[in-house]
Design a protein around this ligand. Sequence first.
Ligand SMILES: *Cc1c(COP(=O)(O)O)cnc(C)c1O
Length: 411
Amino acid sequence: MTLTYDEAVALDQADPLASFRTEFLRGDDPVAYLDGNSLGRPPLRTVRRVEDVLRRQWGERLIRSWEDGWLELPEQVGDRLASACLGAAAGQTVIAESTSVNLYKAIHAACGLRDGRDELVATDTDFPTDRYLVESVASARGMTVRWLSPDVVEGVTSEQLDVVLSERTAAVLLSHVDYRSGVLLDMAAITDQVHAVGALVIWDLCHSAGVIPLALDAVGVDLAVGCTYKYLNAGPGAPAFVYVAERHLREVRQPITGWWSSTDRFAMGPSYEADPSIRAMLSGTAYVPGIVAVDASVSLVAEAGIDAIREKAVALTEHCVALVDAWLVPHGFAVASPRDPARRGGHVTVQGPRAREVAAAMYEAKVIPDFRNPDMIRLGLSPLTTSYAELWTAMDITRRIAEGDPVAVAL
Ligand SMILES: *Cc1c(COP(=O)(O)O)cnc(C)c1O
């Protein structure tokens, strides 16, 4: 089913999400952008909304804007994000800080909820920040990390988990979609397996949020974190989200006990008392322009519908895999992502000894993928912004580069 250029154009014409491409700021450069899974494109409405924050809300209203609504933004926008793409009811999600900081809080919080248990489970293939933070929390709490070493393309299996889970396990941290291969784990089955030993699960949703429909409440997830600058397009360093299931909220405690997480922020009381709501996961003053940027992009996801977004993600990755098979595999590359779309997130990874050189030439040709040491090229496909023609053009240029076509290389 190798796509032709004309077929790609026809798919764009029939694409129910095609009009969303005009909702984003874009110029003629690059020729193709296949890195929206690392940094999504800027929505036009974000520019307008953030400008309003700066000019009117901050510029004119000044300090009064906190009372006009800024104070509630972390949980208000958290609720909107939860409704648009997490499958979570209101009151369980806040927008704050980075994924890394939220991971630190969430891992500590999960351990606190399972006090007396002394083991954490994580994978040694996970994104570095996740691994480093598990180690840091384990060391601070005198716990042991049981590392899993899954195959990067297959992902963690229930057999592997079975070996490490026990009544000593406090919590398991896993990425729902692997940042390298894009393998998508079975969240429901794994959550059940972890719960069967009485442990809690923390899902990292960095590569799922905004591209895969989630059902955190229905699945019974305990805690989750994720970033908003990848498929959620909220901008570089935009604040992340953290979810805590309602059943844990009364007890949940996290270590960065700033005033924004206390019961009555403005009582300025003598001692700390954690807020009984999801606000307990906050710490300090919210970064308003960042949260407003999250709100703007979440509104786009809500309008497009997460199911339609997933449908296009599957179609884009299916065509991408077929083009890689036809055009790059003959030149020494292999698909390093699951072939079953039900087990794959929103990107496709190709692997080969010439990956570094080919990725550099793609950059020169203004086709922007993502290179991962030592030999992987990630092709990120963002359903709201990537067109089928853009995918085709990117793959055609990459094919010519891989073939050593001097014109492509000199583009
Ligand atoms: C992108 C990503 C992060 C990023 O964390 P930051 O604190 O935003 O730098 C963390 N974990 C995973 C799995 C990611 O993909």
